[in-house]
Design a protein around this ligand. Structure first.
Ligand code: GAL
Length: 415
């Protein structure tokens, strides 16, 4: 190589990574121990590709605060590259014209063949990919501390009546039966687990997907509200405002026996070094062993200025669906991979049970979208349901028949 050639070679070598390196700014609400570890995996993988990561974390489980902040940023013409947006909200952002088309990456990497159609449909707006799924969470789980059960001489329940029997014993032993955080989305998470059992999968879908007013106002819904209220007496008085991961830590440290929460709770057990089946038990909530309430996390991608940041944005989209990312991220997060073509050998018994159930319920019709996590309906209807559910739960004198009437009226006016 002569001098001129080596200068050219050197300048190409130096220029290549620099000209491709961009920045991604990513909005999310993953700030608990397990969640932060999980999103850290994505940051590391992006940085390994030479890009820089600007973290835009807005604390608050369930993402309500994050969505408020995102709206302000997007409306002021300065959206992040990607934001944690899920379910029906993806369509709402798509309608407003904020999202970018990822079909180039999607067709090159064959996303349609890789993803179950129940997932890919949600990620598309006007037939084009605008979002990328990261995982599948099962929401209808009950997390239990076996030592607490042993102390109280109680058995981990697999039915609603079993829950009350165990809760009585645990209370009598001076321990907290149910760890709960009094926030609307957590109230709704507990409520929908009861509704799934009482209404059955078909009734659940009629109520929360189709908004069938007869089911929303029916006997079974009254029963759901009654059971929901009975559970209140097994929650400690410090629950108002408590974050979900603080409730999980009460189960981890043996202060409380159980929590009804999606499997992001497992991310907290894992981050605390606890082992499934030994230190903690995962059981389908109440009588819902053959049912699966799904919550799919995803990132929607925004239209941003052309240039290196667009390259970084595309690399981010493609990284999310790699097998490497899917495995490490979901091991930390407590969820299962969204790709069905992956080996589950590195995953624990809760995750393999979730994957088996995900596949089986997709066939049986018992795979239902989570209302509490924005999968079953619009944010307007969801907000209306949250208000009724939370107000009822927190009012000692509330009447279940009146709550059901309110639910019908609230849903009707939000449609
Ligand atoms: C859900 C989200 C989960 C989990 C949870 C608590 O909405 O889908 O991934 O992080 O909030 O923050």
């Amino acid at each position: 190589m002569n001098m001129k050639q080596s200068v050219i070679a050197l300048s190409i070598a130096l220029a290549a990574p620099i000209s491709q390196a961009g920045e991604v700014e990513v909005l999310h609400w993953w700030t608990s121990g397990g969640e932060a570890k999980s999103i850290g995996v994505l940051k590391d993988m992006l940085e390994d590709q030479g890009h820089s990561w600007k973290d835009f974390a807005v604390a608050g489980g369930g993402g309500e605060s994050a969505m408020t902040v995102l709206k302000t940023r997007a409306v002021s013409g300065n959206p992040p590259s990607a934001a944690q947006i899920k379910g029906h909200d993806i369509q709402e952002w798509g309608e407003l014209g904020f999202l970018t088309d990822l079909d180039g990456v999607a067709s090159a990497e064959k996303w349609d063949a890789m993803l179950p159609s129940v997932v890919s449909e949600v990620m598309k707006h006007d037939g084009k990919y605008v979002a990328v799924p990261v995982n599948v969470h099962r929401v209808n789980w009950l997390w239990a501390n076996p030592e607490v059960f042993e102390k109280a001489g109680a058995a981990v329940p697999n039915s609603i009546e079993g829950f009350f029997a165990a809760a009585e014993k645990i209370k009598a032993a001076g321990l907290i039966p149910l760890a709960h955080g009094g926030q609307p989305w957590q109230d709704a998470t507990l409520f929908e687990a009861i509704a799934l059992d009482v209404l059955g999968s078909e009734g659940y879908n009629k109520a929360f997907v189709e908004h069938d007013l007869e089911v929303l106002g029916g006997e079974k819904m009254v029963e759901t509200f009654e059971i929901f209220k009975r559970m209140r007496s097994y929650i400690d008085e410090n629950s108002p405002g408590r974050d979900w991961n603080i409730a999980t830590s009460m189960v981890i440290n043996g202060e409380a026996a159980m929590q009804v929460m999606g499997d992001w709770a497992k991310g907290e057990f894992a981050a605390a070094g606890k082992k499934a089946g030994e230190d903690f038990i995962c059981a389908p909530a109440f009588g819902t062993a053959d049912q699966f309430t799904f919550n799919i996390d995803s990132f929607a991608f925004f239209k941003i200025k052309e240039g290196d940041n667009v390259t970084a944005q595309k690399n981010l989209a493609s990284t999310i669906l790699t097998k490497d990312f899917q495995e490490v991220f979901n091991l930390n997060k407590g969820s299962i991979p969204v790709r069905l073509d992956m080996s589950m050998s590195a995953f624990d018994s809760c995750a393999t049970a979730a994957m088996d159930s995900f596949k089986a319920t997709a066939e049986s019709g018992d795979l239902v979208p989570s209302m509490a996590h924005g999968m079953s309906t619009t944010s307007y209807v969801q907000g209306a349901i949250f208000d009724v559910v939370t107000n009822y739960f927190n009012d000692d004198n509330a009447n279940p028949n009146e709550a059901v009437d309110k639910l019908v009226r609230a849903v009707k006016s939000a449609l």
